[in-house]
Write a protein that binds this ligand. Structure first.
Ligand code: FE2
Length: 491
């Protein structure tokens, strides 16, 4: 029997616009969602040309302007670009000159750079100090390079920075021509105005600003501190999911992209550009934030890292830490990442018959860890919110002896770990060199405790009689007859 339409009931409904997020008190801006989409947004309806990007004359005499993040001849899947429809073209500015605004930025990390050094020693820093209240320091002035790998001019490598700031940028926009910024606030929200629209980033969220995009940062909560990773010649992408399937880890629809938003402002603005770690500036008689509509896939975005779906081990053994990867950037070597951002958020630890803390290891990757909030229990190296730890490529690290004893004798039951805490690791595929700011000027470097690892008890030695017994029981020579040198400590 065919059901008849009940004329008493409503006949359904059709969406009138794509999904966008709902503004809140903490974040007053709406966003488009997805990852790698080609977005389209208009602050004034019907200002995006249809069927072409460069009509003879744009609606309302807007100027069309393209920004690309990959060369024109690139594989289609990797092509990144955006089209702006703006009140004035970006090129309408006064001549460029050198700026002395910040001389603490590095983008070249070869051993020939006297401002950086390679160091095969674990290091850690307490929380980086806020600027003195007597000084006005904005985001651009408060950036400090900690270290890096490769060279921005070779389009291969990365830099890690921290920022501490106590002032909003005024009529100033920043444009980084060296690489893509991944910014993670640790204290204070960042109210970002970009050419693509507004984004509010709080501690616990990250923002990615691809190279060449102008932005301005205001500080609605006062003094701010956070972390930045800058990748040269590469762009952030989601990791492959492999056997995990299509759901889990960082999910594409949790990434939020701004909506078109423009100001009408014909006063003097300054644009600061970064190239090879040097700052340059120019002035123009109009705001750079005058984009009425845009479309494309070379776009800034943000992500709330609490949304990360943790797929770590649920039976036994330990997953490799790549299971915590939110975003990665590929290196110039096929199949190898340049850096992975790993996030450590609350999770259930349930593995049976498993040493649950990180095992002792020597990693070809350099590990830089930072902390957004909470208390970190997971390492012998001291880490606190706003601080940093450094574990160099191929150097050994792991848990303290006390922690080993505790972990090897614990009754293993399901346990909630990392509650109310968020830490992250930049897992960098190579050696990094550290700047003189990091090693001498920051004032927060912890000294190395010379005898920290001295107390390890080689428990195996206490079992030698039993080992011999077992060997003989198996028909093998005992240790005194085997080629094993046993040298006992003299009392
Ligand atoms: Fe490690």
């Amino acid at each position: 029997m065919i059901a008849s339409i009940d004329s008493e009931l409503p006949h359904g409904s059709t969406a009138t616009s794509p999904f966008s997020t709902t503004p809140s008190e903490a974040d007053p801006y709406p966003y488009q969602v997805g990852f790698g989409n080609r977005f389209a947004t208009e602050a004034v309806p019907a200002t995006l040309p249809q069927g072409r990007n460069v009509p003879q004359k744009c609606k309302y005499d807007l100027f069309s302007e393209q920004l690309n993040g990959t060369p024109f001849v690139s594989a289609r899947a990797s092509q990144l670009h955006a089209w702006f429809y703006r009140i004035r073209p970006s090129v309408a500015h006064r001549p460029v000159r050198k700026s002395q605004l910040n001389q603490n930025l590095e983008t070249s990390f070869s051993s020939a750079n006297p401002n950086t050094q390679f160091l095969p020693q674990d290091e850690s820093w307490g929380k980086f100090l806020m600027p003195d209240e007597s000084q006005r320091v904005d985001f651009v002035q408060g950036l400090r390079t900690i270290g890096g790998h490769g060279d921005a001019m070779n389009k291969d490598g990365l830099a890690v920075h921290i920022y501490t700031a106590n002032a909003s940028m005024k009529k100033v926009a920043f444009c980084n021509n060296d690489g893509d910024f991944l910014i993670m606030p640790q204290q204070g929200r960042l109210d970002m105005q970009t050419e693509f629209g507004h984004m509010m980033i709080r501690p616990g969220e990250l923002a990615v600003i691809p190279a060449g995009i102008k932005f301005k940062i205001s500080l609605p909560d006062g003094p701010a501190r956070g972390y930045v990773q800058e990748v040269f010649g590469s762009h952030y992408e989601l990791p492959e999911l492999g056997p995990i399937g299509s759901n889990g880890m960082a999910m594409p629809r949790d990434f939020e992209h701004p909506m078109a938003s423009f100001d009408i402002d014909q006063t003097t603005w300054t644009v600061i550009c970064k190239l090879a770690g040097q700052l340059f500036e120019y002035q123009q008689d109009h705001t750079p934030f005058d984009v009425v509509a845009w479309h494309g896939n070379y776009v800034p975005y943000k992500y709330a890292m609490e949304k990360f779906v943790n797929c770590a081990t649920v039976d036994r053994e330990q997953s490799d830490p790549s299971i915590y990867c939110v975003l990665l950037a590929k290196s110039n070597v096929t199949g190898r990442t340049l850096s992975e951002l790993l996030i450590f958020t609350p999770k259930w630890s349930v593995t049976s018959n498993t040493f649950r803390p990180p095992y002792y290891h020597r990693n070809v990757c350099t590990e830089l860890m930072g902390m957004v909030y909470g208390i970190w229990h997971g390492s012998a190296t001291k880490l606190e919110p706003g601080g940093l730890t450094y574990e160099p490529s191929l150097m050994p690290h792991g848990e303290s002896y006390e922690r080993w004893k505790e972990a090897t004798n614990a009754d293993l039951a399901p346990e909630r770990v990392n509650n109310d805490a968020m830490a992250f690791m930049l897992h960098i595929s190579g050696h990094i060199s550290l700047t003189s700011y990091a090693l001498t000027e920051s004032g927060t470097l912890h000294g190395v405790q010379a005898n920290f690892w001295d107390g390890f008890d080689g428990g195996f030695i206490k079992h030698l009689d039993q080992v011999n017994k077992d060997l003989v029981g198996l028909g093998l020579p005992d240790l005194s007859r085997a080629r094993t040198k046993v040298v006992r400590k003299t009392p």
